[in-house]
Design a protein around this ligand. Structure first.
Ligand code: TXA
Ligand code: MG
Length: 285
């Protein structure tokens, strides 16, 4: 299923067998819960308990690339396995017209983790999605290249509003609605998917490189960049986000000695880009 962020591997959120097949196709540990995708806020409210902050964020950013972690509402709409047994649930209303049509016609929530195999970069084109987990899917929807290219921002609203995963909606945009965000108190526990090595290509990744070594593929940025993988010659972070995973994959396909990445400004969308790069390089700091 295409979404505006990245392609997802979709399944009926209430069907434990279908959900198990998703974990299996991704090679994903079953302690790492999935996001339930709803067609609209009304469907989302049947899955999760919304407080005033959740209502305000949903009104501002849905449909769109924001995921809310909320207390689960009663019922079996999102099965235990999809929630990894937690009493919370991650929910979002995606902005892509094909995703919306699919979920609306299905009539219930659809889980959709990024369609990569666990630990790999998320697919942002139909071809990349097919290469990752396509063979496991009964059907595949081609929505072209994903407009945003980075996963949704994940915000937990269980006590203080916490940023669990920086993403396509920036910290500043969220804080404009709910005030200052607290940090995730325990990265691994609060958002179990935040493993240290993630989004990783095969080649080793080296960050903040202004001059690559011989044999390295260079993901450059801005006017000083060169080569086939300048994330944004104009220095535009939106463009860089949209190109990031596709360029990581394209560079990796040339089997380089390593992938060197230019420094990316840490403002706005840069926070999410640098988060993914840090993990692709194998460390969290
Ligand atoms: O943009 C996106 O969000 C894409 C598209 C396909 O919608 N989906 C996506 O799903 O990135 P996934 O499964 O790759 O990432 C979901 C993240 C993981 O880090 C997971 O640990 C976290 O959300 N998550 C899910 N349920 C949670 C919960 N109840 N509490 C804390 N974190 C949760
Ligand atoms: Mg993922």
């Amino acid at each position: 299923m295409p979404t505006e962020t990245v392609y997802g591997l979709a399944a009926d959120a209430g069907n434990a067998r279908a959900v198990a097949a998703v974990y299996e196709a991704k090679g994903r540990p079953s302690f790492n819960p999935l996001i339930a995708h709803a067609a609209d806020v009304a469907m989302a409210r049947r899955i999760a308990r919304f407080d005033a902050r959740a209502e305000a964020l949903a009104a501002r950013f849905w449909p769109g690339p924001l995921t809310l972690v909320l207390p689960v509402a009663g019922g079996e709409a999102v099965c235990d396995l999809a929630r990894a047994g937690l009493d919370t649930v991650a929910v979002r209303v995606p902005g892509h017209p094909l995703a919306h049509a699919l979920i609306a016609r299905f009539g219930g929530p659809v889980v959709a983790p990024s369609a990569n195999r666990s630990g790999r970069p998320s697919p942002t084109t139909f071809a990349d999605a097919m290469e990752e987990t396509g063979p496991a899917a009964a059907a595949a929807l081609d929505g072209g290249a994903c407009e945003v290219g980075l996963e949704s921002t994940v915000v937990a609203l269980l006590d203080a509003a916490r940023l669990l995963r920086p993403g396509a909606v920036t910290r500043a945009e969220i804080e404009a609605v709910v005030g200052p965000l607290a940090e995730a108190e325990d990265d691994a526990k609060r958002s179990p998917g935040r493993l240290a090595r993630h989004y990783a290509p095969n080649a080793p990744v080296r960050l903040d490189v202004t001059e690559p070594d011989a044999g390295e593929a260079w993901l450059s940025f801005g006017a000083a960049g060169r080569g086939p993988w300048n994330l944004s010659p104009a220095g535009d972070l939106r463009e860089a986000a949209a190109n990031l995973f596709a360029y990581l994959r394209a560079a990796d396909r040339t089997a380089p000695a390593g992938i060197a990445v230019a420094p990316i400004p840490h403002e706005g969308l840069g926070e999410a880009i640098n988060d993914r790069l840090k993990r692709a390089a194998g460390f969290v700091g």
